[in-house]
Design a protein around this ligand. Structure first.
Ligand SMILES: Cc1cc2nc3c(=O)[nH]c(=O)nc-3n(C[C@H](O)[C@H](O)[C@H](O)COP(=O)(O)O)c2cc1C
Length: 141
């Protein structure tokens, strides 16, 4: 059974709702899942998991949230070579540039992207939550 961490930052709950569904999908697919706000985990602890699902909304001007998530991810980048990773997050008025940049960084770090990064506009509806569960399942195997 793979040990997977779903690690997220969420200001208004949208990415958190996605994270809950990602974790549910991964558990249903047989993974042992830890669901963690980014404030509760260090990069070193995150790097010890077999699989990572990382969630962060578009913040600032098309960037990762800068006070907690960006420092966490910057510290993790050096440990991502060969690591299976899935990315997800909610956004508002943008066109997804934050996710394209994040995906490029993750690939450049040598991570193995387990699925297309999943972006949801604002609050996830039922279809989006089922996409989140599918992402979790894809990451878990
Ligand atoms: C300070 C701030 C900056 C934001 N910057 C962007 C942005 O650059 N592009 C975008 O598409 N949405 C942006 N948004 C919208 C959020 O990404 C969107 O509301 C998202 O659903 C928030 O997710 P959360 O509920 O997990 O915090 C921003 C929101 C806030 C509060």
């Amino acid at each position: 059974m793979s040990k997977m961490a779903v690690i997220f930052w969420s200001g208004t709950g949208n990415t958190e709702a996605m994270a809950n569904a990602v974790a549910e999908g991964a558990k249903n697919a047989g993974a042992e899942v830890s669901l963690l706000p980014v404030s509760a985990v260090s990069a070193e602890e995150a790097a010890a998991y077999d699989v990572l699902a990382l969630g962060c909304p578009a913040m600032g001007a098309e960037v990762l949230e800068e006070s907690e998530f960006e420092p966490f991810f910057a510290a993790l980048e050096g440990s991502l070579a060969g690591k299976p990773v899935a990315l997800f997050g909610s956004y508002g008025w943008g066109d997804g540039q934050w996710m394209r940049d994040w995906e490029a960084r993750t690939s450049a770090a040598g991570a193995v992207l387990k699925a297309q990064p999943l972006m949801v506009n604002e609050t996830p509806d039922d279809d989006a939550l089922s996409d989140c569960r599918a992402l979790g399942a894809a990451a878990a195997v």
